[in-house]
Design a binder for this molecule. Structure first.
Ligand code: HEC
Ligand code: HEC
Length: 508
């Protein structure tokens, strides 16, 4: 992995004064003495002593290339910016860097972290959605782009196009967590095995080695194993795997933010697009309308990622909101038959506009669960008591935001950039627009998710073999929470009307 990491960059730069300090002989002798005399407690104090080094936007890119690679600062921050969770969630960069090299056999495929479907831009040090920031030592945390940055390809040979704020349809967060757990459980997770890998990429001083051997490596292992235990609920109660492009967002909130007992519900949900949030102001967000204000969702998501509240937090939330408010969805990358699309517009307005067109009577509102008729498990995962508890925790943290609620069904949202938002519905149980316009019994029981090659005819991603250069996940709509029923709008249109409607939807 990490062919893209320039060795000179990986080798120790970015430590700045800390590195110089660490290398200072007098200091080393002094700290070595503290380690020997004062034990682990003193070393912790030593870590705590180190200040946080502010992130440099695009710091991993050479000065000369910044103008081209990092033209949009807000986008850069969305992709690689830290939310400040280093203290709580930071994984030491050295370890993050070498894990796929030390345990290639535990990866689901080749290509390092790319094996989890995580987009990785050429010339960048880290995959999209990962932030490096120094707090004592460089640490890796995750940000919004882990789940909100799509790639697509127009064919097997085409280069992937990154779409920031699109749904991370290839990214398998659960498989990534599984890998970390498997590595931490592996008898090779020792200083003797990992240090040589680390030294291949980084210049470690005597003190760095000592710290890695006695603190960083064993403590990281311990933290990963503890995290794995906290995630054990993911596979309890017959909960199906998330697969690429999904997680269980409300249960993540319930079991981590409000620390409630596992209630056996499953609420697997697709990563949504988060562009054009200006359209969503004052409307219901989240699949089941639990939040009614974009800023509140952004705040809760950042808290979920371990961001510490405070002035910097508030400022950053406002910045993210401003970026997503105007971020546009990408245009359809294939040709559109303009006459046919025009003929489809009135069909869309008549059959879909009430709920999906800004200004429509039910636009941005929640459709009662029995009317919409889609799988109800995600809806049932969240109750008023969970909203109340979450609101209390947020208040206790000193965070002001519009409170969460329990609503009556699923929210109807704008269909902007809908071509890229496949598979469809809150649980991603319908592979393509063409399938969504079929009666439920004609929709596919089983299909494959996770490939980013677009299927123009179906209007979704390739969901049937043969696959070229795609790691896919078999999605079974008969499992809990994965049902593909409901949303019967448009299913009775004629084939000709459906063609026109779909052509028009390419323009959204
Ligand atoms: C681990 C994956 C993950 C991360 C990281 C993440 N999100 Fe999300 N996000 C989701 C999922 C899943 C949903 C859908 C939740 C649901 O079921 O309603 C969502 C919903 C949203 C929504 C509501 C969209 C809608 O259509 O209702 C917004 C806005 C959003 N996220 C913004 C963010 C921001 C900003 C961050 C970073 C601070 C972030 N998310 C981090 C997975 C993630
Ligand atoms: C009565 C309101 C209503 C009407 C009418 C309606 N929809 Fe929907 N639509 C919804 C709701 C609510 C959802 C979310 C359901 C879910 O995810 O379970 C949805 C979801 C969708 C999605 C999936 C969005 C995504 O990001 O996965 C698509 C695509 C869609 N609708 C297309 C259409 C089309 C095309 C029509 C017209 C033929 C239509 N809808 C008519 C309410 C409506």
């Amino acid at each position: 992995m990490n062919a893209s990491i320039p060795e000179s960059e990986a080798k120790g730069s970015g430590h700045g004064w800390i590195h110089r300090l660490l290398r200072h002989r007098g200091f080393q002798i002094c700290v070595a003495a503290i380690i020997l005399v004062g034990g682990v407690g003193a070393v912790f104090a030593y870590y705590e002593f180190f200040r946080v080094v502010p992130q440099v936007v695009c710091g991993d890119v050479e000065e000369a290339n910044r103008a081209t690679l990092c033209a949009d600062e807000a986008e850069e921050k969305f992709k690689y910016g830290s939310l400040g969770a280093e203290a709580d969630r930071g994984v030491p960069y050295t370890i993050f860097h070498v894990l796929p090299r030390a345990f290639p056999d535990l990866l689901p495929g080749s290509g390092g972290y790319r094996a989890f479907g995580i987009p990785w831009e050429e010339g960048r040090e880290l995959p999209v959605g990962f932030a490096k920031k120094t707090m004592g030592f460089p640490r890796i945390t995750q940000n919004c782009a882990v789940c909100h940055a799509a790639t697509y390809r127009t064919g097997p040979e085409a280069k992937p196009v990154l779409v920031v704020a699109g749904p991370s349809l290839t990214t398998d967060v659960q498989a990534f967590l599984d890998f970390l757990e498997a590595a931490a459980n592996d008898p090779r997770f020792t200083a003797d095995v990992l240090l040589p890998h680390i030294e291949n990429s980084f210049d470690l001083s005597f003190l760095d080695k000592l710290i890695h051997r006695y603190l960083i490596i064993p403590l990281t292992r311990k933290a990963v194993l503890e995290q794995a235990e906290e995630f054990a609920w993911m596979r309890a109660h017959g909960r199906p795997d998330w697969g690429p492009g999904r997680d269980d967002p409300m249960n993540l909130t319930k079991f981590f933010m409000i620390e409630m007992e596992d209630d056996g519900t499953t609420g697997n949900a697709d990563f949504p697009s988060v562009w054009n949030l200006g359209l969503r102001e004052g409307h219901s967000l989240n699949w089941a309308g639990e939040t009614q204000d974009p800023l509140a969702v952004i705040i809760d998501s950042a808290l979920g990622l371990g961001a510490p509240p405070g002035d910097a937090f508030t400022e950053q939330m406002t910045e993210i909101r401003a970026y997503l408010r105007d971020k546009e969805p990408p245009p359809f990358p294939f040709e559109i038959d303009a006459a046919k699309a025009e003929a489809g517009e009135p069909i869309y307005k008549e059959f879909c506009g009430d709920c999906h067109e800004p200004g429509g009577a039910y636009f941005g509102k929640v459709v009662p669960i029995d009317d919409i008729g889609t799988d109800r498990e995600r809806f049932d995962t969240w109750q008023q008591e969970h909203a109340d508890a979450t609101n209390r925790v947020a208040l206790d943290m000193g965070v002001e935001r519009k409170p969460m609620v329990k609503d009556v069904g699923y929210a109807s949202q704008p269909l902007d950039g809908i071509w890229l938002r496949a598979p469809y519905l809150h649980n991603g149980a319908v592979p393509s627009l063409r399938d969504l316009l079929k009666a439920p019994e004609e929709r596919k029981d089983v299909f494959f998710r996770g490939c980013d090659i677009y299927d123009e005819a179906a209007m979704g991603f390739q969901s049937e073999p043969p696959f070229y250069d795609c790691r896919v996940f078999e999605f079974d709509t008969r499992l809990r929470g994965n049902g593909n029923g409901g949303h019967l709008y448009g299913v009775d249109l004629s084939e000709d009307e459906k063609d026109k409607l779909v052509e028009y939807m390419k323009t959204l």
